[in-house]
Design a protein around this ligand. Structure first.
Ligand code: ATP
Length: 356
């Protein structure tokens, strides 16, 4: 039976008064559990060898129950146990990454959002096709290294957290740094300020900033702390550092809340709207939280270098709300917004619209 039909059957069989919210014990789980509890849901932490004692330090965000696994395959094997508990899974960045997109796609447990998005998000080329055809500007792609005529960022495929990425300013520089045994893409290095925009698209909300059949919200934004590039300047110019064998890395170590010039908000909503409308045409629509990872240049133009189609860890500073979500409803984190959506859909009999 196709997964879609199976999920739909499982949802029909659920006792709707006993729905539990579950996620992997990592990433943004504190926010997800706390938000779910505030919306009245039971919460379940899935721990695949994750340490869970730290939840004792945060009682309001500690899940009601833990289910422990030895491996991600075991989650697939024991999916029935999750279904027996009326679970809806909330995917977050680490959950999908650690489990692997292919396995996550197959998980026979109702999952918040449209899993069809994974096909478009997990492949950098398809992601570019989606965003560019939506009319969103991305950093220029350079197909032939010999044509490098400006600073570029060389990105290895699947290099999580930008590990191994390097900056080159010309072809000899590129030759010096490249590991030809790995697939890579070359992108113009955009000089500007980074803003990670946290949106939420609800297909069932019928007021606010209307997009397609639903409504688009901007809940918060952050900037990432990246080690070691953020601090490298303190040691001097990059050229000198290279001589010492020091190369920049982009490993995310934390998140800082930011707000953006108010005059840029119309552009932010326009980008979000385009990406949603195109997602509806391409694969039936992205649902729930997503993040456009952008760089704003001194011409006040946005370049989007990546999209994450689920809750990002950059929403973590906003467990009690943000300067944007406060204007929708006080204390509305992204984690809480997800559970709110599930609650509204449950009460209106619309769960099939937001779960796959
Ligand atoms: P993650 O999956 O953790 O988001 P990733 O491995 O997919 O990371 P990117 O998000 O594409 O990598 O990039 C990592 C970092 O590199 C960004 O946070 C940003 O600081 C920087 N970066 C990416 N693309 C560009 C660009 N075109 N110009 C300048 N900086 C960039």
């Amino acid at each position: 039976m196709a997964l879609r039909n199976k999920i739909s059957e499982i949802l029909d069989s659920y006792d709707k008064s006993k729905i539990a919210i579950a996620t992997l014990c990592s990433h943004s789980s504190l926010q997800i559990f706390y938000g779910a509890r505030r919306e009245g849901f039971r919460t379940i932490g899935l721990a695949v060898n994750q340490k869970t004692k730290f939840y004792d330090a945060f009682p309001l965000a500690k899940p009601d129950e833990f289910i422990r696994f030895e491996s991600y395959d075991e989650i697939l094997e024991r999916a029935d146990e999750l279904v027996d508990r009326n679970i809806i899974i909330i995917p977050h960045g680490s959950f999908v990454e650690y489990m692997g997109t292919e396995k996550f796609e197959k998980l026979p447990v109702p999952t918040f959002g449209n899993r069809a998005v994974l096909q478009w998000e997990s492949d950098r080329e398809k992601q570019r096709e989606w965003l560019v055809s939506a009319g969103v500007e991305m950093p220029k792609k350079i197909s032939d290294a010999k044509e490098i005529d400006r600073p570029v960022l060389v990105k290895y495929h699947g290099a999580k957290g930008g590990r191994g990425f390097f900056i080159a300013k010309d072809y000899p520089d590129f030759k010096l740094g490249i590991d030809e045994s790995q697939p890579y893409t070359i992108q113009e290095y955009v000089l500007g300020t980074r803003y990670y925009l946290h949106y939420f698209y609800s297909p069932i909300k019928k007021d606010g900033y209307r997009v397609a059949e639903g409504s688009l919200e901007l809940l918060s934004m952050d900037r990432r702390d990246e080690s070691n590039i953020d601090e490298m300047y303190k040691l001097g110019a990059q050229e000198e550092l290279k001589k010492l064998g020091l190369y920049p890395t982009f490993v995310v170590t934390g998140n800082v809340p930011v707000v953006i010039r108010e005059s840029l908000l119309p552009k932010i909503f326009d980008m979000g709207e385009r990406v949603i409308n195109r997602s509806i045409e391409l694969f039936g629509g992205m649902i729930g939280p997503f993040c456009l990872e952008t760089i704003v240049t001194d011409k006040l133009e946005f370049k989007v270098f990546e999209i994450s189609s689920r809750i990002v860890a950059g929403t973590n500073p906003f467990i009690s709300g943000s300067p944007y979500s406060d204007l929708i409803e006080p204390e509305l984190s992204t984690g809480r917004r997800i559970s709110r959506e599930i609650k509204i859909a449950r009460d209106r009999g619309l769960l099939h619209k937001i779960v796959s």
